[in-house]
Unconditional design. Structure first.
Lengths: 113, 115
């Protein structure tokens, strides 16, 4: 079975600074996909960024980027120039080719003005 | 564009009462559909997923059940609710993107309180 671990229950960052959220996963599969989702206080889950395991290049999406280390099974999210609207719960997720998705327990991020 | 609807948005039900939560997707065909539960301050627990009409896979044995009577409709049910069924229920759909992988999109959720 796949497991996703987020070891940082809570984090905070000053506005305009950079923060990195950690995620590790465990799988025996070779072809899979990784995602970061954001859940603001409205509780609407929003897809932030995705990474295919077969791609070595790290995904970027505006101020969001990932550091994907396949051998270490690590998938961290870096948020640059943090904004107040980034305050949310962030979930790391693993998806396989069998249409199954597994989520971590989340990291609550607070951006301090 | 695709949209996903869930209702009701909030629900308060007594222990032992039945439950029916509905999820519908617009703008796509033959989606994979999922039900998740999120307990307070916790992550997402996959309850059921479906790859087609009448095809349901259960991830966690419990007093909940799911059905998919139509291609874009997914229903979560219970005959008798337990206190432990309280939580935030999310419906999601996934689609193959760029021919290589799936990604999930979520509905607005239903907050269920069992009293």
């Amino acid at each position: 079975a796949q497991t996703v671990t987020q070891s940082q229950p809570e984090m905070s960052v000053q506005e305009a600074e950079t923060v990195t959220l950690s995620c590790t996963y465990d799988t025996s599969e070779n072809n899979y996909y990784l995602f970061w989702y954001k859940q603001p206080p409205s509780r609407q889950m929003i897809l932030v960024i995705r990474q295919e395991a077969y791609k070595q290049q790290n995904a970027t999406e505006n101020r969001f980027s990932v550091n994907f280390q396949k051998a270490a099974k690590s998938f961290s999210l870096k948020i640059s120039d943090s904004q107040l609207g980034d305050t949310a719960m962030y979930f790391c997720a693993f998806g396989n080719t069998g249409n199954q998705f597994y989520f971590g327990t989340g990291t609550s991020l607070t951006v301090i003005p | 564009s695709q949209t996903i609807h869930q209702w009701p948005a909030t629900l308060v039900q007594p222990v032992g009462s039945p439950l029916s939560l509905e999820c519908t997707v617009e703008g796509t065909s033959n989606p994979n559909l999922y039900w998740y539960r999120q307990a307070a301050g916790r992550g997402l627990q996959l309850l059921f997923y479906s790859v087609g009409i009448g095809q349901i896979s259960s991830e966690v044995p419990q007093n909940l059940s799911a059905s998919r009577p139509q291609d874009r409709q997914f229903i979560l049910s219970s005959k008798k609710l337990l206190l432990s069924d309280s939580g935030f229920y999310l419906c999601a759909w996934s689609v193959r993107s760029q021919g290589t992988y799936y990604e999930q999109y979520f509905g607005p959720g239903t907050r269920l309180t069992v009293t």
